[in-house]
Design a protein around this ligand. Structure first.
Ligand code: HEM
Length: 421
């Protein structure tokens, strides 16, 4: 492992040398877009010497331009998902061993074989078959707010987004509806480990408290499917054979966690940020509600508010990127929150515009780990936006939304609204 406590090379942009990108004070209201703009312009591949809240962690490279993110994403032989974890922190919330039991934390060939088990079920065509069921879940959740007693407003995160996404992914995984809330709590605490509202006891508690509960709950689902195979995704994991071998219990549980976490979190995040943007801009609301720009709303929400601010790789060998030398063993963080606003790709990148038809990197930048759930996420988002705005075209903010404190999950934790101002 290379020495990482000081910048491996002199940075070209003096005043940015000392900047630590993951410093809690920068992230109170979401990603530090102003800093990312500076980095893209003057130091697009930047070295942070440490992570103040986790002094035992190594520093990391920040990759901020779309072109460089694309290069890292596509070169899995140089930039490994398996070597050191998939977020900027290594092992601080979840032990590396558990991260490596999910296929998002594996390199080929095992990654490819595991992912292939699911790919057929996630094509746009197969996912389209689920539209009536997804629409019914969204409609039912929204209709319940009409009462009795009728609600004049709600928290769009807790009362609309969370129950819908939980039931959709829950139905894919074979989770009974009465367990949705418990699974949502476990996923939110694990993924938002650094936010005291999502996880009151701090990051260390995930291994002690949430992980054992996740394993215990999962064991019951696994046992049931060993005896009676079903047609849900949990059954696919339980009965999968890779090179003639069944998955270990740890791999089954963590495969389950990966699908549930991805399904639970990201669509909720994008929906809420997109709804906020529409409520804050009358012209955009009009384009959507009257002009039917729902696909535009989905794509622009994904671009402006990527549900994951970053994913991370670890260099397997020395490499050049953006004029900097990355040493074997160093962390390489791809900031989607920055690359999606790269002015080299998007004009006026901080403006929310549903008529923009832009390619973005919210689902990754086209490499081996490109999101499995793109078709499902797009369908869910469109249905959720349509069902919400059809019922409540004048929906408005009713207080201040709050952002989850995290350099990884990019989402609102509350979004208070009233339906008819
Ligand atoms: C707005 C919604 C979503 C966003 C923005 C999103 C984003 C991402 C990103 C950026 C990655 C790539 C990670 C990397 O480059 O290392 C990823 C991977 C993944 N996503 Fe999504 N995702 C979304 C929804 C979903 C849904 C609904 C599922 C459903 C199960 C899902 C399942 C996965 C899985 C399994 C992977 C790992 C793929 C691999 O390692 O090959 N995602 N997602």
């Amino acid at each position: 492992m290379a020495e990482q406590t000081s910048s491996p090379e002199a940075a070209p942009a003096g005043d940015l040398d000392e900047v630590l990108v993951i410093e809690t004070s920068r992230w109170q209201d979401g990603p530090p877009h102003e800093l990312f703009r500076e980095l893209r312009g003057r130091c697009p591949v930047h070295w942070s010497a440490s992570i103040p809240e986790f002094p035992e962690q190594d520093g990391f490279w920040s990759v901020t331009r779309a072109e460089d993110v694309h290069a890292v994403s596509r070169d899995w032989e140089t930039y490994s998902s398996e070597l050191g974890g998939i977020t900027a922190l290594t092992g601080a919330v979840m032990p590396l061993e558990l991260v490596r039991a999910m296929f998002i934390g594996m390199d080929p060939p095992k990654h490819d074989r595991l992912k292939a088990l699911f790919q057929r079920g996630f094509t746009p065509k197969r996912i389209a078959d689920h539209e009536p069921a997804i629409r019914a879940i969204a409609a039912d959740t929204l209709d319940r707010l009409d009462g009795p007693p009728a609600r004049e407003g709600c928290d769009l995160v807790a009362d609309v987004a969370q129950p819908i996404v939980s039931r959709v992914i829950g139905s894919f995984m074979g989770i009974p509806p009465e367990d949705d809330a418990a699974w949502a709590r476990l996923m939110n605490a694990s993924m938002g480990a650094g936010d005291r509202d999502l996880n009151p006891d701090g990051p260390e508690s995930v291994v002690r408290r949430e992980m054992p509960e996740i394993f215990a709950r999962c064991r019951e689902l696994i046992e049931a499917r060993r005896e009676n195979p079903t047609d849900d995704l949990t059954s696919v994991l339980v009965h999968a054979e890779i090179d003639g071998e069944r998955l270990s219990e740890q791999e089954i549980v963590m495969g389950f966690v990966l699908l549930l976490a991805a399904g639970n979190d990201s669509t909720k995040a994008t929906y809420c940020s997109g709804m906020r943007a529409v409520m804050e801009d009358e012209r955009q609301r009009e384009l959507v509600v009257e002009g039917g720009e729902y696909d535009g709303l989905v794509e622009e929400s994904l671009r402006m508010f990527p549900a994951f601010a970053h994913f991370r790789r670890t260099a397997t060998r020395d490499a050049e990127l953006g004029g900097r030398t990355i040493r074997a063993g160093e962390k390489v963080v791809m900031w989607y929150a920055s690359s999606n606003r790269d002015e080299a790709v998007h004009s006026d990148p901080d403006r929310f515009d549903v008529t923009r038809r832009a390619e973005h990197q919210a689902f990754g930048a086209g490499g081996r780990h490109f999101c499995l759930g793109t078709a499902l996420a797009r369908l869910e988002l469109r249905v959720m936006f349509e069902e919400t705005l059809a019922r409540h075209p004048r929906i408005a903010l009713d207080g201040s939304p709050a952002h989850a404190l995290s350099p990884w999950i990019n989402q609102l934790k509350t979004l208070p609204v009233r339906f008819a101002p």
